[in-house]
Design a protein around this ligand. Structure first.
Ligand SMILES: [Zn+2]
Length: 716
């Protein structure tokens, strides 16, 4: 690399880490970070460090050790301009979002772009083409691809597995402990509760410097998983980072540990299992799970024997101490301490016999099982005359009621299976089902304060209701209660039928909406675990365009997909302009986004692949894309050295630079495209010819609507 300038490196930037190879820091821009290794990114872990360039571009980027340029990539998206070195010790180094490469690599890229007439370049090199020496300037920092100006920097081992680059550097100043922001406890099955609630609970705590403690004893039944939101901080910057290490100790024993040293690309999608996907989808929180989710193959954990990190009944009934300890790479530590009490899931919210002073407790046998009544009326002469199901039994019991009784509780061994109050019941209610991996939680919300508990049946089985507040009751159920893909819920005699289909991992299966207008196909690699899917029809519309038919909500969106599922939406075969149709989904921010896919006009459907379950609609994009802010203006005269414009499409959007073509003086030219601003810049190496120049622009949106523009300008 003979044209490269070797920089004198200030000792300030030099690593003095005694554990590591003596790698050079990759840039002189700064030794401050905006992101660390292992942070959450949508669908993957952050594979390196982001080094701050304070909004500026053009700082030199150095070869950190001797080696050669192994690969370069140029793209308007992702890493933008990126350079990959292979070091003599076998490791790989990646530098991304570069403004430009060293002059001879820039020349190589230019020639290649002229030959292919494409902006994108991916090129591998042999070791002889561009060898580098430690300290050579191989590129300059920039903001190409996605994000603000910064240097994205990765070190990968000889198998191309990204490693935590902090292992090699000690020039970053960090004496501040991580901050614990949020603590959540989540039920793992239908027999688990946190503080009397089946749904995940955010637990308050107090802090005193780097020590945090829970205000109250946690009440736990069954099995629960803990999750924490941590933002690490460093000296002299306001950025917040993900932690390097998080540990959970129960009764002083290490139960769970996660540490971000290495993350192979094959498993990087499992960031959705490592972090809490439910809180990510519902609150945009990036919380670390302190337990293992099914399907998690990451090797970043340490667990106590036979443990998955969940706590609760396995720790035994009674009081337990726990401690969550989190560290950054420099050993700064914060600790959250608390106490939890494990107890059997029982009549929290259901009044017990003792409380009501019920006089009678009678045990009897029915259908081969022992039951007991807890009631305040006399059942001495009661005879069970039915042989049918529990429903018939409770009907028979209720018919014995002399109307003076206030309640009836039916107990199977120690478990309440049926509870009926004869007080006034608020008639008006709303309900919601929360989906978990293997269970559901039905929340019944009365419009007025309910004096008694609702009577809940799920697929013919009576289920206790738990009082959460004056108006809200919860009932949990295992999806094993499902029969034939239907969930039949009865709330105070009102029947609600939900189609819920079990999708088994490793098997192909289709599910439909009731009107069969949407089909969801799960493949062998779509799922981490079995899930239960519902498709609900709605009336959502994409604004500013025409929506065709209904909207469809495919749940559970709180559970991550391992791989793609296919969504097919059918339209009537006689539909006009069907080639202008596409599937859109609703994002958390309230906006609808077009999903690229294929329109099969013969079979009258649009198909797309998704990596998450969402709300979907079929809608038209009949509008042409726009070409804006064209420079130079038509017929302008001057000393122009570039052509600039912006492309915009409100409905389906512009896919990428290949959707735009620019012809200058009858020749197709290669331009830069910034997908964040949709700006296009063409700056020729040679000046435009003197006198009249002409250019034309063509742009297509994602459904193929085409706009064109022609213009001339004069160069003095
Ligand atoms: Zn980055």
């Amino acid at each position: 690399m003979k044209y490269l300038i070797t920089f004198l490196i200030f000792l300030f930037f030099q690593s003095t880490n005694i554990f590591a190879q003596d790698y050079l820091f990759p840039t002189s821009a700064s030794n401050k970070l905006t992101s660390t290794f292992g942070e959450f990114r949508p669908g993957h872990f952050h594979a390196g460090l982001d080094i701050k360039t304070f909004g500026k571009e053009g700082f030199p980027v150095f070869a950190i050790e001797d080696g050669f340029v192994w690969k370069i990539r140029v793209s308007p998206f992702g890493y933008g301009k990126a350079i990959y070195l292979k070091l003599n010790d076998g490791k790989f180094v990646v530098y991304a979002h570069l403004q430009k490469f060293s002059p001879e690599i820039e020349e190589f890229v230019y020639q290649k772009q002229q030959k292919t007439k494409k902006y994108r370049v991916v090129q591998e090199f042999s070791s002889e083409k561009f060898p580098v020496k430690k300290g050579d300037v191989i590129a300059f920092t920039g903001k190409t691809g996605i994000g603000h100006p910064h240097l994205h920097f990765e070190i990968r081992d000889k198998f191309n597995v990204p490693m935590n680059p902090l292992k090699f550097y000690s020039n970053i100043e960090d004496t501040k402990p991580p901050l614990i922001q949020k603590f959540v406890v989540e039920s793992q099955n239908f027999e688990s509760q946190v503080n009397g609630n089946f749904l995940a609970q955010e637990i308050p705590f107090t802090s005193n410097g780097k020590f945090y403690s829970l205000k109250d004893t946690l009440e736990i039944s069954g099995s629960v998983g803990l999750a924490v939101e941590i933002s690490d901080v460093a000296n002299g910057v306001t950025n917040s980072y993900a932690p390097y290490k998080v540990q959970l100790f129960v009764d002083s024993l290490l139960t769970f540990e996660v540490r971000y040293d290495e993350i192979p690309f094959e498993t990087t999608r499992q960031v959705e299992l490592d972090r809490n996907y439910r809180f990510l989808r519902t609150h945009k929180d990036k919380m670390n799970n302190l337990f293992l989710k099914e399907g998690n193959e990451l090797r970043n954990y340490k667990l106590s024997p036979n443990s998955d990190g969940t706590v609760g009944i396995k720790n035994g009934e009674g009081i337990h101490d726990f401690e969550i300890k989190t560290q950054d790479y420099f050993g700064n530590t914060s600790i959250l301490k608390g106490v939890f009490r494990v107890k059997e899931l029982n009549q929290i919210g259901i009044f017990s016999a003792e409380e009501k002073n019920f006089p009678t407790e009678q045990v009897f046998s029915f259908g081969g099982k022992d039951y007991a009544f807890l009631t305040d009326w006399n059942l001495k002469n009661f005879k069970i005359s039915t042989n049918g199901n529990i429903r018939e039994l409770t009907n028979a019991l209720e018919s014995q009621n002399d109307l003076e009784a206030s309640s009836l509780i039916l107990v199977e061994k120690d478990k309440t299976i049926y509870e009926k109050s004869f007080g006034e019941n608020s008639e008006q209610f709303d309900f919601e089902i929360q989906f978990h991996e293997n269970f559901g939680v039905l929340e019944t919300k009365f419009t007025e304060v309910s004096k008694s508990f609702p009577e809940i049946w799920i697929n013919g089985i009576p289920r206790p209701a738990f009082k959460i507040s004056e108006r809200i009751f919860q009932t949990s159920f295992s999806f094993d209660f499902l029969n034939e893909d239907f969930l039949r819920i009865e709330i105070n005699g009102k029947e609600i039928i939900e189609r819920v289909q079990k999708i088994t991992k490793d098997k192909e299966k289709k599910t439909f909406s009731e009107d069969q207008k949407i089909q969801v196909d799960f493949g062998r690699t779509s799922l981490y675990q079995d899930i239960f899917v519902t498709v609900k029809e709605g009336n959502l519309q994409v604004p500013n365009t025409e929506t065709l038919g209904k909207s469809y909500e495919v749940r559970p969106y709180e559970i991550p997909l391992k791989g793609a599922a296919s969504i097919k939406m059918f339209y009537p075969s006689e539909t006009l302009d069907s080639d202008k149709l596409g599937i859109f989904y609703l994002e958390n921010n309230g906006k609808w986004y077009f999903l690229e896919g294929e329109n099969n006009s013969e079979k009258a459907y649009f198909e797309t692949k998704v990596l998450s379950l969402e709300k979907f609609v079929l809608a038209y994009d009949r509008e042409l894309p726009q070409i804006l802010n064209v420079y130079p203006k038509n017929s302008a005269k001057g000393n122009f050295d570039k052509i600039k414009f912006r492309v915009k499409d409100e409905i389906s959007g512009i896919k990428d630079e290949e959707s735009v073509s620019l012809t200058v003086n009858d020749e197709i030219v290669v331009f830069e495209f910034d997908p964040e601003t949709d700006e296009i810049l063409y700056k020729p190496r040679q000046n435009f010819k003197k006198g009249k120049n002409k250019f034309s622009i063509e742009v297509v949106d994602k459904v193929g609507n085409k706009q064109s523009f022609k213009s001339i300008f004069w160069v003095n």
